[in-house]
Design a binder for this molecule. Sequence first.
Ligand code: 0PR
Length: 423
Amino acid sequence: MDEKGLSEEEILAELSFFSESDTNFRKVLSSMCTVPHPIAVMAYHQFIHSNIGDPGLFQGTAEMERKVIEATADFLNHSDSATAVGHLTSGGTESNIEAVFHMKNRFMAFQNQDDQDDSKSSKFSESNKMNLILPKTAHFSFKKVANLLDVELRKADIDSQSRVIPKSAASLIDENTIGLIGIAGNTEFGACDPIEELSEIALKHQLPLHIDAAFGGFVYPFLDSSRACSGAKFGFDLQGVTSVSIDPHKMGLSVIPAGILVFRDESFLDLSLDKIKVKTPYLTSKYQSTLTGTRPGAAVAAAYAVMKHLGKDGYRKNVAYCMDLTDYFQTELEKIGLKPYSEPQINIVTVDIAAGLNKEAAREKTEKIRSQLFEKYGWNVSAAKTIPVLRFVLMPHVTKEDAFGVISDLKKLLDDETSSSSS
Ligand code: 0PR
């Protein structure tokens, strides 16, 4: 650190310099975040000093957090949203870590009960690791979950629409399974797993079922009823669903960092002491049961403000914009002789530009075109990992002109490829 500080003007000039290297989201079709709604930004500024980790000092923020949880449980079809519990996190990763942490603690608590009860013999096999069943398409945050919590990931197969095959998930369950994961809007394709069937499996085996709706949570419930996937179910009306993660900082149009983690009720949290829940002797509350300590109250205020301001109607309009853009994108793709790898369920389109090549060659070509789109034309797009396809996320900041522009530039690159390989 410098001995003497710089003036405000000098600092502002430096900040402008650094921000010039950051994106303003123009030409970005790879991100699942977007420009936040102005009301969220205003609320964030107003609560910039607020620490929801010490709720007694910030009772107003704490009240807003409770309201956000209740409103979220409500639009996720909870029959009694006042009994839902949860809190805001930094995003989908933290929410997934916490949800599985609770699964593990709950599982271990049941094992201990069984061990203490002489009449029952514990089914838990000590020699094996605890395991978690999840779709192959699950976000990479679950790798962190596995490493942090020492849990084995058992990956269930997916169908041609990139949705998990329930039978495959069920076949992986054994006495060391701590729970199941379903995804409402997977990262690569946007597909929603058949959560109704996963819910039945969870109930049958008395296992918790956590839904990762980090992206799709603010999309699926707001799809126009004419859309094929508008009725996709993943909420608390499915009795097997025990927790849901949904991110305001993605399609919720709020400010980063903001994830929401909601549990059906307190019984799905392991609230025994010295796990996540600890005594907090010098705070205004007796206990803290969140993974992080000091937490940004500004993020709570921003999520509250934007959800209240937009209401369901506002989110419907936001999703309608993105879906119309998705339709337009497909039409333009078809004009250049390409089509989506699978029918887009929400605002993510994947495109196979290497049909007929073997997997390795297809991966190479896809990566080459992806990087040329950036280097030659400045477009940020991504490639899926499960299969070699280009991936476009049609977020609210993307315009029709952008959609048209990226496809025109893609065509130029593909034409160049064809002419260079035929010469
Ligand atoms: N679950 C799902 C289904 C996700 O898609 C993501 C993130 C997460 C969990 C983790 O959320 P956090 O990153 O909030 O912890 N999916 C995108 C990804 O990692 C997020 C992203 C956002 C990517 C902005 C790029 C970007 O510019 O690919």
